[in-house]
Design a protein around this ligand. Structure first.
Ligand code: CU
Length: 137
């Protein structure tokens, strides 16, 4: 299957987390993770995953308002996904309340304000399970 255009969405420079010690996952198992695609209906979609190491892969992506799928490929841990309260220029209420092992869920969200939005697993945010979504203008 042909996958359509590769969006050259901005230069993803400066992706490094400001905080030290955020160990990157050993291998980007799936190259499609974090890649934004646009469906026939114009809705953008992006998929990230999490596992048993308290990390979202990737922990940064850039998107317009759209649809987000989060997959837990972990074997033991359950996670959730939400945009951190007060973590962006606009509140995003869409969230995944519980993501058990092997499960994937999709949320739809609409934002109109460009900027950076912090997301997290609220269970493990203290362990560094956080990330940033950039909404481009
Ligand atoms: Cu978690």
């Amino acid at each position: 299957m042909l996958v359509g255009a590769v969006l050259a969405v901005g230069a993803l420079t400066g992706c490094g987390p400001a905080a030290g010690g955020a160990a990157a996952p050993a291998s980007p198992a799936d190259a499609s993770l974090g890649k934004v695609t646009t469906g026939a209906d114009g809705v953008q979609q992006v998929t990230i995953q999490t596992q048993d190491d308290y990390v979202f892969t990737p922990n940064h992506f850039t998107v317009h308002p759209g649809e987000l799928t989060v997959t837990n490929v972990g074997h033991e841990l359950s996670h959730n996904f939400r945009f951190s309260p007060g973590g962006g220029p606009q509140a995003i209420g869409a969230q995944i309340l519980l993501l058990t092992s092997g499960q994937r869920q999709t949320i739809d969200f609409t934002v109109t304000t460009p900027g950076s939005y912090r997301f997290e697993c609220s269970f493990h945010a203290d362990l560094g399970q956080v990330g940033t979504m950039t909404v481009s203008g």
